[in-house]
Design a protein around this ligand. Structure first.
Ligand code: CDP
Length: 228
């Protein structure tokens, strides 16, 4: 599919689990007045729908069929599945792990491709995930690879879950992050990788505002370069 659309710029933010992509991407989108795509939410919704319907997370054909016709919406900062708000439920570690299992299948990824590209609307898009720069928006104006150490990412995820009043264990989260990193990096279909043209940013010792400011500065530099 031809995905070139120079009139609608994309800023792609990829990186491993709990690297802060979502928070950073949303704040960067707000600062630029751009739309925002949380691509991980689509994979989480597929996992949630599968678990609700008793579809096995290793049944590629059934998962791909589900992904293709899933009734999902992003509205007022919330995520909806079949008309009901699924925001909190999809953030559970169970849905995260399920998403990572479903995401290994090429036909599931293919079914979600057009749905992700449909978010590319004026005046621009900030998209976060694992393959935004490599596969979904290869012509992005800027591709950022955001990461942090596994321990720091586990601490951040733990804090996030506790703040939401959800049950969490730091030890279990670190184990889950390591497993998810390994699965996301080793799968054949669109693995998590640092694209050759991506801008690397380690956030281990940076506050969110510093990361947002740095991404915005890199975007302004890339955007002025691309029109020069
Ligand atoms: O919040 P976190 O970074 O842990 O996960 P997420 O971005 O919500 O994504 C959940 C899972 O979906 C990941 O572990 C990936 O396996 C998968 N995913 C993917 O394969 N490709 C994407 N573009 C986004 C997510």
């Amino acid at each position: 599919m031809d995905n070139k659309n120079p009139d609608i710029p994309v800023l792609a933010i990829d990186g491993p689990s709990a690297s802060g992509k979502g928070t950073v991407a949303q704040q960067v989108a707000r600062a630029l007045g751009f739309r925002y795509l949380d691509s991980g939410a689509l994979y989480r919704l597929v996992a949630l729908a599968a678990m609700r319907r008793g579809v096995a997370l290793d049944d590629e054909a059934a998962l791909a069929a589900l992904a293709a016709k899933l009734d999902i919406a992003f509205d007022h900062g919330e995520v909806w599945l079949e008309g009901a708000c699924a925001g909190d439920e999809i953030r559970s570690e169970r849905c995260g792990a399920g998403a990572s299992s479903a995401a290994v299948f090429p036909s599931v990824r293919q079914a979600l491709l057009a749905r992700q590209r449909a978010f590319r609307l004026p005046p621009g898009l900030v998209a976060d995930g694992r393959d935004m720069g490599s596969t979904v928006f290869p012509d992005a104006v800027l591709k950022v690879y955001l990461t942090a150490s596994a321990e720091e990412r586990a601490r951040r995820r733990y804090k996030q879950l506790i703040e939401k009043g959800m049950h969490a264990s730091l030890e279990y989260i670190l184990q889950d992050i390591n497993q998810r990193d390994a699965r996301d990096q080793s799968r054949h279909a669109a693995p998590l990788q640092i694209c050759g043209d991506a801008s690397f940013l380690d956030t281990s010792s940076l506050a969110i505002e510093e990361v947002v400011a740095e991404v915005l500065a890199r975007y302004q530099a890339a955007a002025s370069h691309s029109v020069a």
